[in-house]
Structures are given as C-alpha cells and as structure tokens.
Ligand binder design. Structure first.
Ligand code: ATP
Ligand code: MG
Length: 437
C-alpha cells in the first residue's frame, strides 16, 4: 500500500478525550474514529488489525472443532422472554420497535438464539456434542463507555456455545475452550492469565476470565507469579484427548478476579510469588449446565430414548477490545509496537527521497519483491521530510522498517530497523526481500 494514496489520518497531538495510552495511540495512528459515544468506525489500518485478530481467533476455534455460523445482530424480544432474561437484562439492552410495533433488540449476546437453533436442529444424543461460534457485533448500552474500543457500546465479539449430553462432556467442551483461549491470546503476543471469575448475569457455576495484566485495566486481580510466563505454544494439543492435565496445570496456581478473591488462600502463597495487579478482561468462558436449555426446552433423546436436557457452556472473546488490549501491552513513547501476528503490515518501506528517481525505483523494486512473496508492505512515498516519516512509522508500529535513501542506494544497501528493539542493520538490496520470506 502506498502511503500517498492511503486513508491514514494520523494526529500529531494527543487527543484530549483519550485517557489511556491505547485509546490515544489508536486515534493518533488513524486506526479508528468515534462516530457517537462508544461507537467507532474502523479506518483501513485499524480494520486490518481487527481482521488479523479475527483470523487468529477463527483458526483456533476451527482447530478445536468448533463450527462457524453467523447469527444476526437484531433479535426478537420474544426469544428473550423464553429464557426469562428480557426483563432481567436491564438498561444495557438496546430495545427497538419495528414498524409493526414488534419488540426487537440489538443482541448483547446470543445464548437464547443459539439455543433455539440447536433445539430445532438436534433431536438425538447421537448428534452431540456440538460447538458453534460466530464473530459478530454486539451492542451493550454501557453506562460509561470509555477507553476507546476497550469499553465500547458496539463491539465485536467472538462467542460460542457448546452442547453436551452430560456434565462430563460439558467439562471437556469447557476444557477445549480453556486451551484454545490460551493458544489464541499467546499467538497475539499476549500473556493472558485464566482466573476464577464470577458468572454474573450469564449464570452458572464454573467460569474463568482471561486477563491481560495492564495498569490501566478495569479489573483488580490476584495471582501466582508463576502463571505469567507459562507457555502453551510449545506444546502439541490433541483436542480429542484428555485436556484436564493442561487445565489443572494452569488452575492449580492461584488466580482470581476480585469478586472471587480469597485473601487467605492468596496469603498462603510465598510472598515473593504473589501478584496483586490490574488487568483487562479479553475473554470469558462459562459452564452453566441447563440454565438456558431447561427453560427453553433444549432436549434430545438419550441412548434409551429418554429425554435429556442438554448441558451448555458459552465462551466469549472481545475481538475489538483486543486491539486496545494489545496496544496497552505493547507500545513505547514513540507509538505502537505491533506483534508480527496482528500487525497491519509487517514491513514499511520508507522512501527518504521520493523525488529521486533511483531511490524511488529501488523502493518500488523492494515493494514488488515483497508482494511477490505475499508480503504486503506499506510504502511511505509521501513528499515529507524524513523526520516526519520516521515519527509516523514509529507511531503506526509496523514490526520492520526498510529505510532507503540516496546514500544507501549509492552503497547498494537498505537500513533495516526493528521497531521493538530499535536495532538497525544494513542489508544489501538483493537480500532484503528474502529476510521476510
Ligand atoms: P466486562 O466485565 O468487561 O463488562 P463482561 O463480563 O460483561 O465484560 P462478557 O459477557 O464476558 O463481558 O463478554 C465477553 C467478552 O466481550 C469480554 O471478555 C470482553 O473481552 C468483551 N466485552 C464485553 N463488554 C465489552 C465492551 N463494552 N466493549 C468491548 N468489549 C467488551
Ligand atoms: Mg465477562
């Protein structure tokens, strides 16, 4: 992508309305714009990041055996009356009337809708288990939308729902999500710690929140330091096998959000291993048994023909919140430092002298060389002084910068800069492209 043609409205000054660093940087780097309170438009650069996060979430869901569907954002009130949640949900639900005066709502979550789809489609225990997910916009009329996309009113969530014949099966489904979530967040370069959590309005009796530690986080959390550096990506996961040992490995160390906090148990941890911190909730998993299947009569025929009310769980990931969460975890004074897996572009080519034909031709060649390998680069071909370009590139945060100027062209070399470490290295032009293979 050529910067001279790209819709990338960066800001030099810190926007006054932004209280936390991720919100400031998302506005300054031209990722999003607020269109009304807690509602955001995603601009090209931010949308690329959102799509990358969505792709990782999708790949890990698919690997776990969950199947993707797409349910609508608008739901009928009737559906929510069946579970009894229409009146219980409160003012966070955006209630709408259509032209025929029918009561509708903009979905804050989808337990009711999926339960009806399941109930109508599955009649026998032979068709269990099932796990369905979608990645769809939600609306919650938050009393205090703030921190940019971190607490929006309209936000993108991956939510899925598992259906099992019995509790044992349901716990296995829960464990699959527990492990899939560990992998999902780790692939985004995040250290997300699963913590015992309150089940809140979703209900149920087993629940973990996945929390990224950050000083600006809204949750107070308490955990064993050993959890911070545990690694999941180095292991082979067999989703059909027994996942309990992996879950136990994580849950045997103390970790809880403040609602579930047990001060005595926490104090039992050696002093230097205790971590009381703040964090951002990026995911939440629940096992809630028959809370929805019972009132909504999601019943299948069991092995001897007897009716069995299915056991359910639901699992959410804050896809749009993650964009802010990743920036909270990975930035410096100059701007965003994207982990490679979610970066809007892996490489930016900085043309220091666009009016110099040789320099521009060299940049063009590198740009095309990268494209031929499937690496789409951001090419800064704008007519600006080098200082302004460097500042913008650091702000935008691509993991690599390939800097090309007249001196380099004379020497046959580009300067390669690593955004995270700041390390610079001279690389002959004919070797640059191969570095990103
Ligand atoms: P919170 O406690 O932060 O209000 P929640 O517990 O109400 O969130 P869940 O129902 O568990 O949220 O939703 C699943 C995920 O959706 C959360 O873990 C979070 O990452 C994300 N999420 C929830 N509310 C918002 C919001 N207002 N803006 C952005 N993301 C959100
Ligand atoms: Mg939650």
């Amino acid at each position: 992508m050529r910067m001279s043609q790209y819709f990338l409205p960066t800001l030099k000054e810190n926007p006054a309305e932004a209280q936390i660093v991720s919100h400031r940087l998302m506005l300054r780097a031209g990722l999003v714009r607020q269109t009304s309170a807690g509602i955001y438009a995603w601009l090209p650069l931010g949308f690329r990041v959102l799509k990358n996060i969505e792709r990782i979430v999708r790949e890990e869901q698919d690997a776990s055996g969950a199947q993707e569907v797409l349910m609508p954002t608008i739901q009928s009130a009737e559906l929510w009356r069946e579970s009894g949640r229409y009146d219980a949900y409160g003012p966070e639900m955006l209630r709408i009337k259509d032209r025929h005066d029918r009561e509708m709502l903009y979905g804050p979550t989808n337990e009711e809708m999926i339960t009806v789809l399941f109930r109508d489609g599955v009649k026998s225990y032979r068709d269990l288990p099932r796990n369905l997910y979608h990645i769809q916009w939600k609306f919650r009329d938050e009393v205090r939308p703030r921190f940019g996309v971190m607490r929006g009113r309209e936000f993108l969530m991956k939510d899925n729902y598992s259906f099992d014949l019995d509790k044992k099966g349901a716990i296995h489904s829960y464990n699959k999500m527990f492990v899939a979530y560990l992998r999902t967040f780790a692939r985004m370069g995040l250290k997300a710690i699963p913590m015992r959590a309150d089940t809140g309005p979703i209900g149920g009796d087993l629940s973990h929140e996945f929390i990224v530690l950050a000083d600006t986080g809204e949750s107070a959390v308490f955990c064993h330091k050993g959890l911070v550096d545990k690694d999941i990506l180095g292991r082979t996961i067999d989703y059909d096998g027994d996942l309990q040992p992996i879950v136990d490995e994580w849950t045997s160390l103390y970790a809880a959000t403040d609602e579930m906090h047990d001060q005595a148990a926490f104090e039992g941890i050696l002093a230097d291993q205790r971590l009381a911190a703040r964090g951002i909730e990026v995911g939440h998993i629940f096992y809630f048994g028959t809370k929805y299947s019972e009132p909504m009569k999601a019943v299948v025929a069991g092995p001897s023909g007897e009716p069995v009310t299915v056991e359910m769980g639901s699992y959410g990931i804050g896809v749009s919140r993650l964009v802010g969460g990743i920036i909270e975890a990975s930035h410096d004074d100059a701007g965003i430092v994207w982990p490679e897996s979610v970066a809007p572009f892996r490489v930016a080519i900085v043309n220091l002298k666009p009016d110099d034909g040789t320099v521009s031709a060299t940049c063009q060649k590198l740009y095309q060389g990268l494209a031929s390998m499937g690496v789409e680069a951001l090419l800064d071909d704008r007519d600006l002084r080098p200082g302004a370009k460097f500042a913008d590139m650091d702000l935008v945060g691509t993991p690599w910068q390939v800097i090309v100027g007249p001196k380099g062209v004379a020497a046959g070399k580009a300067e390669l800069k690593n955004r995270k470490t700041g390390a610079r290295e001279e690389v002959p032009f004919d070797q640059v492209v191969a570095r990103f293979g």
